[in-house]
Design a protein around this ligand. Structure first.
Ligand code: ZN
Length: 221
């Protein structure tokens, strides 16, 4: 793998930035692809661009706003509240979004001669998104190879990690401070620890607190 080229599906958030550091460790050349689907906060794309610049990797934005012609959701419409109700899919859910994005990323990867795709999806914190699950990723990997006569390998370094373990991984990769200070996960567009109140901030900050308490107790290596 070390001699090969990889494409990271990149949003500038904690998960995909950790994946970017993982990719930089494992591949000779790394490119990023970011999807513009009319996020409520364009800060997200700007943040992704700055991180890519700082790490010296190529940055490609694909216009995916057409997805909003298909469905309404809280990530793109500010008249829909970001909320999570037990037993229901979150209001941020766009059906099939990950499927579409990964398929476009594969076409881009093929165009630039990369066969490795890296995505930060996780079954542990998947919030009910079926296209973040491991069985879907494995199925898509087969489908992409059939569709494009390719030898794609989809890597999901975070698949079985919870948020505190994602923090541990960024630390192992020497990227803890970078991820903590420079990424944007918050649904309200505030970088680093964010607004502290939206579901994305709560997940991120709870994971961080758990990781730091385990680390100080000497549980983690
Ligand atoms: Zn927030």
């Amino acid at each position: 793998m070390k001699n090969e080229k990889a494409v990271v599906v990149f949003s500038g958030g904690q998960d995909s930035t950790t994946c970017l550091f993982w990719a930089l460790k494992n591949f000779r050349e790394v490119a990023t692809v970011t999807f513009d689907y009319g996020q409520r906060h364009s800060e997200e794309i700007e943040c992704a661009r700055q991180i890519a610049d700082e790490l010296g990797v190529s940055f490609k934005v694909l216009d995916m706003k057409l997805i909003n012609q298909l469905s309404a959701n809280a990530l793109t419409r500010d008249d829909i509240e970001v909320k999570e109700v037990e037993g229901e899919l979150p209001s941020t859910f766009v059906p099939g979004r990950n499927h579409l994005f990964l398929s476009f990323a594969a076409v881009y990867a093929d165009a630039i001669g990369a066969r490795h795709l890296i995505t930060g999806v996780s079954e542990t914190d998947f919030s009910g998104y079926p296209d973040c699950r491991d069985n879907f990723i494995k199925s898509l990997n087969v489908t992409l190879n059939l569709a494009m006569d390719g030898r794609f390998v989809i890597h999901t370094p975070l698949m079985w990690l919870d948020k505190s373990e994602v923090w541990a991984l960024s630390d192992e990769l020497g990227a803890f401070d970078f991820v903590q200070n420079k990424t944007l996960t918050c649904y309200n567009g505030i970088p680093s620890t964010g607004c502290g109140e939206c579901p994305a901030c709560v997940l991120r900050n709870d994971g961080l607190a758990t990781y730091l308490s385990q680390k100080s107790a000497g549980v983690s290596e």
